[in-house]
Design a protein around this ligand. Sequence first.
Ligand code: ATP
Ligand code: MG
Length: 189
Amino acid sequence: MFGGTFDPVHIGHLVAAVNVRHALGLDRVLLVVANLPWQKTGRRPVTPAEDRFAVVRAAVEGVEGLEASRLEIDRGGVSYTVDTLRQLGEVYPGADLYLVVGSDLAGELGTWERIGEASPLATLVVVSRAGGHPQSAPRGWRVEPVSIPSLDISSTDLRERVAAGRPLDFLIPSPALRCIRERGLYAGS
Ligand code: ATP
Ligand code: MG
Protein backbone atom coordinates (compact mmCIF):
# COMPACT_ATOMS: atom_id res chain seq x y z
CA MET A 1 0.00 0.00 0.00
CA PHE A 2 1.39 3.35 -1.08
CA GLY A 3 -1.08 5.95 0.11
CA GLY A 4 -1.16 9.61 -0.70
CA THR A 5 -3.21 12.64 -1.56
CA PHE A 6 -1.56 12.62 -4.99
CA ASP A 7 -2.63 16.22 -5.66
CA PRO A 8 -1.29 15.69 -8.29
CA VAL A 9 0.68 12.47 -8.72
CA HIS A 10 4.22 13.06 -10.05
CA ILE A 11 7.31 11.12 -11.13
CA GLY A 12 8.63 11.07 -7.53
CA HIS A 13 5.66 8.89 -6.54
CA LEU A 14 6.08 6.65 -9.57
CA VAL A 15 9.83 6.17 -9.25
CA ALA A 16 9.25 5.33 -5.58
CA ALA A 17 6.51 2.80 -6.37
CA VAL A 18 8.43 1.05 -9.15
CA ASN A 19 11.64 0.82 -7.12
CA VAL A 20 9.94 -0.45 -3.96
CA ARG A 21 8.27 -3.16 -6.00
CA HIS A 22 11.59 -4.11 -7.58
CA ALA A 23 13.69 -3.91 -4.39
CA LEU A 24 11.31 -6.04 -2.32
CA GLY A 25 10.02 -8.30 -5.09
CA LEU A 26 6.39 -7.31 -4.52
CA ASP A 27 3.54 -8.55 -6.70
CA ARG A 28 1.97 -5.11 -6.88
CA VAL A 29 2.05 -1.65 -5.44
CA LEU A 30 -1.32 -0.02 -4.90
CA LEU A 31 -1.35 3.76 -5.12
CA VAL A 32 -4.19 4.36 -2.68
CA VAL A 33 -5.77 7.75 -3.27
CA ALA A 34 -6.87 9.34 0.01
CA ASN A 35 -10.53 10.31 0.06
CA LEU A 36 -10.32 13.01 2.71
CA PRO A 37 -6.71 13.45 3.82
CA TRP A 38 -7.31 14.56 7.41
CA GLN A 39 -3.89 16.23 7.67
CA LYS A 40 -4.49 18.38 4.61
CA THR A 41 -8.19 19.27 4.56
CA GLY A 42 -8.81 22.62 6.22
CA ARG A 43 -5.25 23.77 5.51
CA ARG A 44 -5.68 24.14 1.76
CA PRO A 45 -8.26 23.27 -0.90
CA VAL A 46 -7.80 19.64 -1.92
CA THR A 47 -8.73 18.58 -5.47
CA PRO A 48 -11.80 16.26 -5.54
CA ALA A 49 -10.84 12.64 -4.90
CA GLU A 50 -12.36 11.38 -8.18
CA ASP A 51 -10.19 13.78 -10.17
CA ARG A 52 -7.03 12.85 -8.24
CA PHE A 53 -7.87 9.17 -8.77
CA ALA A 54 -8.41 9.61 -12.52
CA VAL A 55 -5.00 11.26 -12.84
CA VAL A 56 -3.28 8.49 -10.84
CA ARG A 57 -5.03 5.84 -12.95
CA ALA A 58 -3.80 7.53 -16.12
CA ALA A 59 -0.28 7.70 -14.67
CA VAL A 60 -0.03 3.96 -13.93
CA GLU A 61 -1.89 2.70 -16.98
CA GLY A 62 0.23 0.02 -18.63
CA VAL A 63 2.89 0.07 -15.89
CA GLU A 64 3.41 -3.49 -14.70
CA GLY A 65 2.71 -4.05 -11.02
CA LEU A 66 1.39 -0.57 -10.31
CA GLU A 67 -2.31 -0.05 -9.66
CA ALA A 68 -4.48 2.90 -8.72
CA SER A 69 -6.71 1.96 -5.79
CA ARG A 70 -10.04 3.57 -4.96
CA LEU A 71 -10.45 1.67 -1.69
CA GLU A 72 -10.44 4.81 0.46
CA ILE A 73 -12.67 6.71 -1.94
CA ASP A 74 -15.25 3.90 -1.96
CA ARG A 75 -15.08 3.61 1.83
CA GLY A 76 -15.82 7.33 2.02
CA GLY A 77 -15.18 9.73 4.86
CA VAL A 78 -11.82 10.52 6.35
CA SER A 79 -9.00 8.19 5.26
CA TYR A 80 -7.06 6.41 7.98
CA THR A 81 -4.23 4.12 6.93
CA VAL A 82 -4.92 1.53 9.63
CA ASP A 83 -8.46 1.00 8.29
CA THR A 84 -7.10 0.57 4.78
CA LEU A 85 -4.49 -1.98 5.86
CA ARG A 86 -7.19 -3.97 7.67
CA GLN A 87 -9.39 -3.86 4.58
CA LEU A 88 -6.49 -4.98 2.37
CA GLY A 89 -5.95 -7.90 4.74
CA GLU A 90 -9.56 -8.93 4.12
CA VAL A 91 -9.43 -8.39 0.35
CA TYR A 92 -6.14 -10.31 0.01
CA PRO A 93 -6.24 -12.95 2.74
CA GLY A 94 -2.81 -14.31 3.59
CA ALA A 95 -0.97 -11.59 1.67
CA ASP A 96 2.20 -10.04 3.07
CA LEU A 97 1.34 -6.36 3.35
CA TYR A 98 3.77 -3.46 3.13
CA LEU A 99 3.08 0.14 4.01
CA VAL A 100 5.17 2.47 1.86
CA VAL A 101 5.96 6.00 3.02
CA GLY A 102 8.48 8.65 2.02
CA SER A 103 11.20 9.43 4.54
CA ASP A 104 9.51 12.79 5.28
CA LEU A 105 6.67 10.87 6.92
CA ALA A 106 8.55 8.10 8.73
CA GLY A 107 9.25 10.25 11.77
CA GLU A 108 5.68 11.46 12.18
CA LEU A 109 3.96 8.12 11.71
CA GLY A 110 3.32 7.98 15.44
CA THR A 111 0.86 10.88 15.11
CA TRP A 112 -1.39 8.98 12.69
CA GLU A 113 -4.78 7.79 13.91
CA ARG A 114 -4.56 4.38 15.69
CA ILE A 115 -1.42 3.61 13.66
CA GLY A 116 0.03 1.52 16.50
CA GLU A 117 -2.61 -1.11 15.66
CA ALA A 118 -1.18 -1.35 12.15
CA SER A 119 2.37 -2.40 12.99
CA PRO A 120 1.50 -6.10 13.30
CA LEU A 121 -0.33 -5.95 9.97
CA ALA A 122 2.43 -4.72 7.67
CA THR A 123 6.11 -4.08 7.11
CA LEU A 124 6.97 -0.40 6.90
CA VAL A 125 8.87 0.60 3.77
CA VAL A 126 10.66 3.93 4.05
CA VAL A 127 11.62 5.43 0.69
CA SER A 128 14.40 7.99 0.59
CA ARG A 129 13.16 11.45 -0.25
CA ALA A 130 15.19 14.51 -1.21
CA GLY A 131 15.47 17.12 1.51
CA GLY A 132 17.44 15.40 4.26
CA HIS A 133 14.62 14.10 6.43
CA PRO A 134 15.70 12.10 9.46
CA GLN A 135 14.82 8.49 8.72
CA SER A 136 14.08 7.36 12.25
CA ALA A 137 11.09 5.07 11.99
CA PRO A 138 8.77 4.56 14.93
CA ARG A 139 9.36 1.67 17.31
CA GLY A 140 7.45 -1.54 16.89
CA TRP A 141 7.61 -1.72 13.12
CA ARG A 142 9.52 -4.06 10.88
CA VAL A 143 11.23 -1.60 8.54
CA GLU A 144 12.65 -1.95 5.04
CA PRO A 145 14.50 1.12 3.75
CA VAL A 146 14.52 1.61 -0.02
CA SER A 147 16.76 4.14 -1.76
CA ILE A 148 15.62 5.80 -4.95
CA PRO A 149 17.24 8.44 -7.16
CA SER A 150 16.71 11.70 -5.35
CA LEU A 151 13.89 13.63 -7.02
CA ASP A 152 13.40 16.95 -5.31
CA ILE A 153 9.79 17.29 -6.36
CA SER A 154 6.49 17.48 -4.51
CA SER A 155 2.84 18.04 -5.37
CA THR A 156 3.07 21.34 -3.50
CA ASP A 157 5.90 22.46 -5.84
CA LEU A 158 3.85 21.38 -8.84
CA ARG A 159 0.81 23.35 -7.72
CA GLU A 160 3.05 26.38 -7.23
CA ARG A 161 4.57 25.89 -10.66
CA VAL A 162 1.12 25.89 -12.24
CA ALA A 163 0.16 29.03 -10.33
CA ALA A 164 3.30 30.73 -11.63
CA GLY A 165 2.56 29.61 -15.20
CA ARG A 166 5.50 27.19 -15.40
CA PRO A 167 5.22 23.87 -17.27
CA LEU A 168 4.59 20.47 -15.65
CA ASP A 169 5.87 18.50 -18.63
CA PHE A 170 8.06 15.51 -17.71
CA LEU A 171 7.38 16.03 -13.99
CA ILE A 172 4.11 14.17 -14.53
CA PRO A 173 3.76 11.30 -17.06
CA SER A 174 2.16 12.54 -20.28
CA PRO A 175 -1.05 10.48 -20.03
CA ALA A 176 -1.63 11.89 -16.54
CA LEU A 177 -0.92 15.42 -17.73
CA ARG A 178 -3.41 14.88 -20.55
CA CYS A 179 -6.00 13.77 -18.00
CA ILE A 180 -5.32 16.93 -15.96
CA ARG A 181 -5.87 19.09 -19.03
CA GLU A 182 -9.01 17.23 -20.11
CA ARG A 183 -10.55 17.72 -16.69
CA GLY A 184 -9.41 21.32 -16.44
CA LEU A 185 -7.57 20.67 -13.17
CA TYR A 186 -4.81 22.86 -11.78
CA ALA A 187 -5.96 25.52 -14.22
CA GLY A 188 -3.07 26.71 -16.29
CA SER A 189 -1.25 23.38 -16.67
P1 ATP B 1 2.35 17.48 -0.93
O1 ATP B 1 3.45 18.43 -1.26
O2 ATP B 1 1.00 17.96 -1.32
O3 ATP B 1 2.42 16.92 0.48
P2 ATP B 1 3.71 15.12 -1.93
O4 ATP B 1 4.55 15.30 -3.14
O5 ATP B 1 4.39 15.02 -0.60
O6 ATP B 1 2.58 16.23 -1.92
P3 ATP B 1 1.86 13.11 -1.11
O7 ATP B 1 0.62 12.75 -1.81
O8 ATP B 1 1.79 13.94 0.14
O9 ATP B 1 2.81 13.85 -2.18
O10 ATP B 1 2.77 11.85 -0.82
C1 ATP B 1 2.39 10.53 -0.95
C2 ATP B 1 3.58 9.67 -0.58
O11 ATP B 1 4.63 9.83 -1.53
C3 ATP B 1 4.23 10.04 0.78
O12 ATP B 1 4.61 8.84 1.45
C4 ATP B 1 5.43 10.86 0.38
O13 ATP B 1 6.46 10.82 1.36
C5 ATP B 1 5.86 10.14 -0.90
N1 ATP B 1 6.60 11.02 -1.82
C6 ATP B 1 6.13 12.15 -2.40
N2 ATP B 1 7.05 12.70 -3.22
C7 ATP B 1 8.14 11.91 -3.15
C8 ATP B 1 9.45 11.96 -3.77
N3 ATP B 1 9.79 12.96 -4.59
N4 ATP B 1 10.34 10.97 -3.48
C9 ATP B 1 9.98 9.97 -2.62
N5 ATP B 1 8.76 9.86 -2.01
C10 ATP B 1 7.86 10.81 -2.27
MG1 MG C 1 3.32 15.15 1.22
